[in-house]
Design a protein around this ligand. Structure first.
Ligand SMILES: [Zn+2]
Length: 64
């Protein structure tokens, strides 16, 4: 068996996301899906998110 890359499903759209440096928004497939999940998609067009996001995943543990 080769070391196939870990794959996850985007929590927003369900698309397959390869878990490596090519997927900077993992587990989301894209920045759009990340923003949708955070509920900030509507705001994204109005203001650019400041740097320093992307490290709050531990606080996001809702189970529906
Ligand atoms: Zn997605």
């Amino acid at each position: 068996m080769s070391d196939s890359p870990l794959k996850v499903n985007c929590p927003t759209c369900g698309k397959i996301v390869i878990w490596n440096e090519e997927s900077p928004y993992r587990p989301f497939c894209s920045k759009r899906c990340q923003l949708i999940d955070l509920g900030e998609w509507a705001d994204e067009e109005k203001r650019i998110p400041s740097s320093g996001e992307l490290s709050e995943s531990e606080e996001w543990s809702e189970d529906e």
